[in-house]
Design a protein around this ligand. Structure first.
Ligand SMILES: Cc1cc2nc3c(=O)[nH]c(=O)nc-3n(C[C@H](O)[C@H](O)[C@H](O)COP(=O)(O)O)c2cc1C
Length: 200
């Protein structure tokens, strides 16, 4: 716990401790709906230019994970017809690694006069980070993964997104295995500097 006399000190301690739990270290149980609703509520606190509310979270649990595996395998087979069956089986099994997989995305307005799509995606990504921080704060582990399937319109359709939406990640969620350890982070000095005009 940082030595800060503030009612927000526990929240800061949570931010400073946050880390991804790799899917191989995610166990049952996954979070219940109350935990997930708090996490989604945290996502809705992300900055949002124009109040467009781009955040979208699709929960994939239980047998639905196997169906997602089929969607992912079908996506690879369609994009790369030469893919060996063993590789397709690997893809099919991926969502089964954690009790809950969340397809996290952004509902995008491409016609907005003042808020380009990239800002809406940035807002959605900030929401995903809040979502993951809230899960960590409630004792659950999560890991944000990507794959080329995120950009496959057929995958988007299967999950209820429009082709013009952005699917930003697969968030694997569960209870961290007791062997999981939080990493040591670098010191902040290498990531910030003062800009002195005219000195560069
Ligand atoms: C948009 C995005 C996509 C990612 N995709 C992958 C991925 O496909 N595979 C992977 O191993 N890590 C991926 N990562 C990184 C992990 O989520 C995680 O950040 C990394 O393992 C480092 O752990 P840490 O979050 O505790 O620093 C991705 C991160 C982001 C933000």
């Amino acid at each position: 716990m940082p030595d800060i006399a503030s009612p927000f000190a526990p929240a800061l301690a949570g931010l400073l401790a946050r880390a991804s739990v790799p899917p191989r270290l995610l166990r049952a149980p996954g979070p219940d709906r109350q935990v997930l609703d708090r996490a989604v509520s945290a996502a809705l606190c992300a900055p949002d230019h124009g109040g467009l509310k781009p955040w979208r979270f699709v929960f994939i649990e239980g047998v639905a994970r196997a169906a997602l595996g089929d969607v992912l395998a079908t996506s690879i087979a369609a994009r790369m017809p030469e893919t060996p069956p063993a590789r397709l089986d690997l893809e099919r099994g991926k969502p089964l690694r954690a009790p809950l997989v969340v397809a996290a995305g952004a509902a995008l307005r491409h016609d907005h006069p003042g808020v380009p799509a990239w800002e809406q995606e940035a807002s959605a990504a900030a929401g995903i980070m809040n979502f993951m921080n809230a899960l960590d704060a409630q004792g659950f582990g999560a890991c944000w993964l990507s794959s080329p399937a995120l950009r496959d319109p057929a995958v988007k359709f299967a999950l209820g997104f429009a082709e013009t939406d952005a699917l930003l990640g697969w968030i694997y969620i569960g209870t961290p295995d007791p062997s999981w350890q939080r990493p040591v982070r670098p010191a902040p000095e290498g990531f910030r500097r003062d800009w002195v005009p005219g000195t560069l």
